[in-house]
Design a protein around this ligand. Structure first.
Ligand SMILES: [Zn+2]
Length: 257
């Protein structure tokens, strides 16, 4: 059994069209919503070992704002500060999972130097040569530097499909947002919780059944949404959205660090 704590690692300005696919019919597609950048600290309730799920965008808010959307990161939202609330340093983390390789989830792994990182192989293979529209999401378009995920390549554990990262921590392929996106299904005393990655940005994606607005395969994204709905209805799984500040409410085991 595990405890799940969300780590607040900054705020990214996203459009409504990014958070929930509007198919061009709503009038608020361009509305800017400041959205939290969230990583998750899993703590084993028996022996206290930890797993980090996603790692945020790293500390370079100014560069990220220039190259992507406006990002703000307070001192207490640096990964080092967020982990220190739990009595940890980044070097203490030896196991991590990435839901996918987008910059706002994955650059931070550069700063978790001892972690072996579970990732779907399909995500890695796509990220090294993505469609042009996805170049910026993976930062593969800059002549002066290697993409961040190649700089921790030797720490990646590339898996293919459903896999167990640990007892009570299952990796579940949920492709569509990206080619090899995965969710993390965690056993807790309150039941199973799913960290779905960016296919579910906010609770509105679940309420409407409409996925996030960034995806590279329409059939995959709808199949993954259906898979999540089945997990909710048939297995009673609780879903924790990837960019929704409601996860910081002090409710059950979830808490703001
Ligand atoms: Zn993403």
């Amino acid at each position: 059994m595990w405890k799940i704590a969300p780590l607040n690692l900054g705020t990214l300005d996203m459009t409504m069209a990014t958070l929930i696919s509007r198919f061009g019919v709503a009038n608020d597609v361009g509305r800017i919503v400041p959205s939290p950048l969230i990583a998750w600290l899993l703590t084993n309730l028996e022996d206290g070992r930890h797993i980090l799920v996603d790692a945020g965008p790293g500390p370079e808010a100014e560069r990220l704002s220039a190259e992507h959307n406006p990002v703000s990161i307070r001192e207490d939202q640096l990964l080092t500060a967020a982990l220190s609330v739990h009595g940890l340093k980044p070097e203490d983390i030896d196991t991590a999972i990435l839901t996918h390789l987008h910059w706002d989830h994955a650059i931070g792994m550069l700063y978790v130097p001892n972690a072996r990182i579970y990732l779907q192989k399909r995500e890695f293979l796509y990220a090294v040569a993505p469609l042009r529209a996805d170049h910026k999401f993976y930062e593969v378009c800059y002549k002066d530097r290697l993409p961040y995920f190649l700089r921790y390549y030797n720490r990646l554990i590339l898996v293919d499909g459903d896999t167990k990262a640990d007892e009570g921590v299952a990796l579940v392929p949920l492709p569509g947002h990206t080619a090899g996106s995965q969710g993390v299904l965690v056993d807790t005393p309150e039941g199973k919780f799913l960290l779905p990655g960016d296919i579910v940005n906010t609770s509105e994606n679940l309420e409407t059944g409409i996925p996030g607005g960034v995806f590279n395969n329409t059939a995959d994204v709808w199949a993954s949404m259906e898979k999540i709905q089945q997990m909710i209805e048939k297995e009673g799984v609780t879903v924790l959205p990837a960019h929704d500040s409601n996860v910081f409410r002090k409710e059950g085991r979830l808490m703001s660090p």
